[in-house]
Ligand binder design. Structure first.
Ligand code: NAD
Ligand code: UDP
Ligand code: UDP
Length: 343
């Protein structure tokens, strides 16, 4: 039953979902794709702590079992090793779609696969949302703004992206994913939410993922020089993962489609970040300048007026405080590994 305005599917799917024979009344059935990764696993913790029924779906391309081992055996928890580029069927109320490598090193490793994950993976999860009537949230990225000419970036800005560069599999992949989400919304009435996440850091980042915060912290622990690419005057804004999770969950439970920026507006050059890490960890560690990477955006800072206004959200954890949590986590992991190697 398709209404001329295209919203018939939505009404039917929502009716089916609300009236499903075995649907729990006290909690939600939540699917988290990419739930074994850095952000996904923190989100899974939050949803499990709230008492929801959680399906963690992940191919373990960059995620690990260690990130969710504490939930194994819990009656509300289920994990599925699955690649989102293949169809997946389950009856759920919410889909947090995070599956996609996020570090430039990881997403460039197999660029075609990154594109497929963004395109086919998002299509499959939107197909699932359309069939079940589940609400769908896309974890998009500040990279949709490319190397921005508008600063700070507002959601209305269309971006400045190279469609044939080495970062395009990710940037254009996410742009296509956003397009698809809005087309499923307009054409099939799928209930969507889109957040554009800016650089996020914290415990459980992969140590050698090549992202700047993990590189600097890992290097400082090992007493190696901090590597700055280019002149180090490019800027980023770093959001602590706990703050981000709060924003993502608020967005999902809000009545807005977005896209909304989620990030910390504090803007730092890479030189400033290196100085922070030195001060907190090891004053004697050196700084080494390496060639700039291609298509590296020169500036990035979110305008978060919309998230503040509509979600009543803003980041609370300062870079200094967040770095301390992350340093503690990296130290524990590196020491545990060294101990295991020595034994
Ligand atoms: P991550 O690499 O730690 O996590 C991604 C997870 O997705 C991993 O567990 C990985 O195994 C899984 N995955 C990748 N391809 C898959 C596939 N085809 N099928 C199933 N699972 C797959 O990265 P993250 O930092 O946690 O990022 C999570 C999401 O947030 C991504 O969509 C990313 O684009 C977005 N994001 C992250 C940041 C950031 O700073 N961390 C910024 C902007 C957007
Ligand atoms: N899909 C899925 N799980 C579902 C429903 C659909 O993985 O529960 C996939 C399905 O394989 C399809 C994609 O989602 O390729 C898009 O679904 P849609 O219904 O839009 O496409 P259609 O089936 O009409 O081609
Ligand atoms: N960067 C750096 N040293 C490193 C890793 C990254 O100077 O060891 C720079 C990189 O060139 C970029 C910024 O830090 O300008 C952020 O890089 P990251 O890969 O963390 O995130 P993204 O480029 O996706 O924002």
């Amino acid at each position: 039953p398709q209404r001329p305005d295209g919203h018939g599917q939505d009404v039917l799917a929502t009716w089916r979902q609300r009236n499903a024979p075995n649907r729990p009344l006290t909690h939600l059935r939540v699917l988290v794709t990419g739930g074994a990764g850095f952000i996904g696993s923190h989100l899974v913790d939050r949803l499990m702590e709230e008492g929801h029924d959680v399906i963690l779906l992940d191919s373990l391309f960059t995620g690990t079992k260690t990130n969710f081992k504490k939930w194994l055996g819990h009656p509300n928890f289920e994990w599925v090793r699955h690649d989102v580029t293949e169809p997946y069927y389950a009856e759920v109320d919410r889909i947090y779609h995070l599956a996609c490598p996020a570090s430039p090193v990881h997403y460039k490793y197999n660029a075609i696969k990154t594109l497929k994950t963004n395109f086919l993976g998002t299509m499959n999860m939107l197909g699932l949302a359309k069939r079940t009537g589940a609400r769908f949230l896309l974890a998009s990225t500040s990279e949709v703004y490319g190397d921005p000419e508008v600063h700070p970036q507002v959601e209305e800005y269309f971006g400045n992206v190279n469609c044939i560069g080495v970062r395009s599999c990710y940037d254009e992949g996410k742009r296509a994913a956003e397009t698809m989400a809005f087309d499923y919304h307009r054409q099939h009435g799928v209930d969507i939410r889109v957040v554009r996440i800016f650089n996020t850091y914290g415990p459980r980042m992969v140590e050698n993922d090549g992202r700047v915060v993990s590189n600097f912290v890992g290097q400082a622990i090992k007493g190696e020089p901090l590597t700055i690419y280019g002149d180090g005057l490019q800027t980023r804004s770093f959001c602590y993962c706990g703050d981000l999770i709060e924003g993502i969950v608020r967005m999902m439970e809000s009545s807005h489609t977005g896209p909304f920026n989620l990030g910390n507006p504090g803007e730092f050059t890479m030189v400033e970040l290196a100085e922070h890490v030195r001060r907190l960890m090891n004053k004697d560690v050196e700084i080494k300048y390496l060639p700039a990477t291609p298509d590296d955006p020169m500036k990035r800072q979110p305008n978060i007026d919309k998230a503040m206004k509509y979600l009543d959200w803003e980041p609370k954890v300062s870079l200094e405080e967040g770095l301390k949590y992350m340093i503690e986590d990296f130290r524990t992991r590196i020491e545990a590994r060294n101990a295991a190697n020595a034994a």
